[in-house]
Write a protein that binds this ligand. Structure first.
Ligand SMILES: Nc1ncnc2c1ncn2[C@@H]1O[C@H](COP(=O)(O)OP(=O)(O)O)[C@@H](O)[C@H]1O
Ligand SMILES: [Mg+2]
Length: 557
């Protein structure tokens, strides 16, 4: 409605211009001129035109307020929905899809949908009503002249449609090449140590040079098309104006038309320029938005395969694996085969095996990154899938091998996201993970920023912050997934002491490819090719022929 009202006032303007021009001409031709009446008239027309402009502006303001604001709100909701949806999806989704794609959905595609909901709808309604109203006014003034002066405009529309198609294709290519450049730069900078130590600077520069060269070429191509665009547009509009003046002049001489009418018509054509030139652009906005929404829907329709149950309490923490097998989605052969295992509450278990034997996969099942393909995993007699997310997370915590840290303060990495826990508690967890002393030596202690905006920590330090983070949830079951692999012998000993003495009543599951003598394991399983091949205590295993014994003997010499 606002669009229509605003355009109505816009269309009234040329008519007033015609009237005022005709008044001036009539005045000039009069014999005994009444100057006062003439100036009063001019003043009146001036005020009316100004008034129409103001009204048009006012309703245009309402129109933008309504639709643009609405589109921003929807953009916000949509972005929020997609992000929330991502966070509910299982790890498999994040492995399957490129980070760049997921980001594109949330950044570019949402923006494109907004361009449709806001500007595209607004302009589409706007140009449609403006065109109809203008054309109607023109035909009601003089049909023949209207026909001739409108004749070049469809031609303009068609040319613009083809040119914008070319521009679109070229822009897409440029966009692709730009993200290619981004990727190259990012990879070179993250791998700068390798680049430098193998003196690959020159090759890399050449490679980059080629990519930027191509980027420049594509941009010049676009500039060429662009520079063709405006002159062509003005040429066609100019010819339309020319036709109006010529044919209009003939009409005036024949007495069917006034001079004011010519001015009126030129203004009408001026008003049509914008709808005609932007129709193609709007059509492409709509097409792009449709493609974007389709891509967004594809992700929104993915549902997490991991669904949590309702059980809020578990009686004991005995963990039981009952004929558990697991095959990664999309893989044909199983990674874990028929595992049977009991981990009584408060005991310490080592999962021993070489790289690729399935240790990480096994603990991932325990924290429900994946669900077993066959068999059951139970804690206190309750299957994992029946437990609520909160209970599971409070019961089991995992310190992964790579020890991922966020670009945040050290303390917020231990307790993430930052909660109300006091500094003392944070320090206690850091002490248990034997990282406290080293944190104090950082420039700002626990407030030191980590990552891109701050200090870089060593692999072992990251691992221990990961352990402190796992300890911070005070889990009943602590899983260390190879998270002592980058820690030196002295620190390893200190952590072992903590695990043996301070955390004696917690269940410990420790994945390792090394033999930790300092930790008193109640049970050790040896995993090979996804099967449990041996099980027993350290003393039993060193006396049984096998991988464990081999490794033990080699370390004894
Ligand atoms: N996300 C995954 N998708 C498919 N296969 C995987 C995935 N993660 C690990 N694997 C495969 O599962 C096997 C066991 O890996 P993993 O559990 O990481 O072993 P470990 O932790 O003992 O080194 C390996 O052969 C590995 O290639
Ligand atoms: Mg592993």
């Amino acid at each position: 409605m606002f669009v229509i009202i605003s355009n109505y006032f816009q269309i009234l303007q040329p008519q007033e211009v015609r009237k005022s021009l005709d008044t001036i001409i009539a005045f000039l031709q009069e014999k005994n001129r009444n100057e006062t009446e003439f100036y009063e008239n001019l003043f009146y027309f001036g005020m009316v035109i100004l008034g129409y402009a103001l009204l048009m502006g006012l309703f245009m303001f309402f129109m933008r307020q309504t639709i643009i604001v609405m589109s921003r709100e929807i953009e916000y909701d949509l972005r929020e929905d997609i992000f929330k949806h991502y966070t509910t999806l299982d790890p498999h989704f994040f492995k399957e899809n490129k980070t760049g794609d997921m980001m594109a959905r949330i950044v570019e595609d949402v923006s494109k949908v907004r361009m449709y909901l806001g500007p595209a709808i607004m302009y589409a309604v706007n140009i449609l009503t403006l065109t109809l109203m203008t054309v109607y006014s023109m035909f009601s003034v003089n049909a023949k002249l209207a026909f001739w002066s409108l004749l070049p405009l469809p031609l303009l529309s068609i040319t613009i449609y083809f040119i914008s198609d070319i521009i679109n294709k070229q822009s897409t290519k440029i966009q692709k090449q730009l993200s290619n450049l981004n990727n190259i730069t990012q990879e070179v900078f993250s791998g700068i140590r390798v680049v430098k130590s193998y003196t690959r600077e020159r090759e890399i520069s050449k490679y980059f040079d080629k990519a930027t060269e191509h980027y420049r070429f594509l941009n010049l191509e676009l500039a060429r098309t662009d520079s063709f665009f405006s002159p062509l547009m003005f040429f066609i509009i100019g010819s339309s104006t020319l036709l109006t003046i010529y044919l209009g002049g003939l009409e005036v001489m024949a007495g069917r038309f006034t001079t004011g009418n010519i001015a009126e018509f030129i203004l009408y054509i001026g008003k049509l320029t914008w709808p005609v030139t932007s129709a193609g652009w709007i059509a492409s906005l709509i097409q792009q938005a449709a493609a974007s929404q389709k891509r967004i829907n594809e992700f929104m329709n993915v549902k997490s395969t991991i669904k949590f149950g309702k059980v809020q309490e578990i009686k004991n923490r005995d963990i039981v694996l009952d004929h558990v097998s697991f095959t990664y989605p999309g893989k044909t052969s199983p990674t874990l085969i028929d595992l049977n295992l009991k981990i009584p509450s408060g005991t310490k278990l080592a999962i021993f095996g070489r790289t690729g034997s399935g240790k990480t996969t096994l603990v991932d099942l325990l924290v429900r990154q994946y669900d077993p393909s066959e068999g059951k995993i139970m804690i206190g007699g309750i299957e994992l899938s029946e437990m609520s997310n909160e209970v599971l997370r409070k019961t089991i915590a995992i310190a992964p091998q790579d020890g991922f840290l966020f670009s945040e303060k050290v303390k917020n990495n231990i307790i993430y996201p930052s909660s109300t826990r006091s500094q003392e508690n944070i320090e206690q967890f850091a002490k248990q993970a034997s990282i406290h002393e080293e944190i104090l030596q950082l420039p700002n202690g626990y407030d030191t920023m980590i990552g891109e905006r701050g200090v870089t920590l060593s692999g072992g330090q990251k691992q221990r912050i990961g352990i402190a983070r796992a300890l911070s949830v005070a889990p009943k079951v602590l899983i260390l997934d190879d998270s002592l692999s980058a820690v030196d012998a002295k620190t390893e000993f200190a952590i072992s002491q903590t695990l043996n003495e301070e955390l004696y009543d917690q269940t410990l599951i420790c994945c390792t490819h090394r033999i930790y003598q300092n930790i008193k394991f109640d049970n050790i399983i040896v995993l090979d090719g996804g099967k449990i091949v041996q099980e027993g205590t350290h003393e039993q295993l060193i006396n049984e022929p096998g991988f464990y014994q081999n490794l033990w003997q080699s370390t004894q010499n």
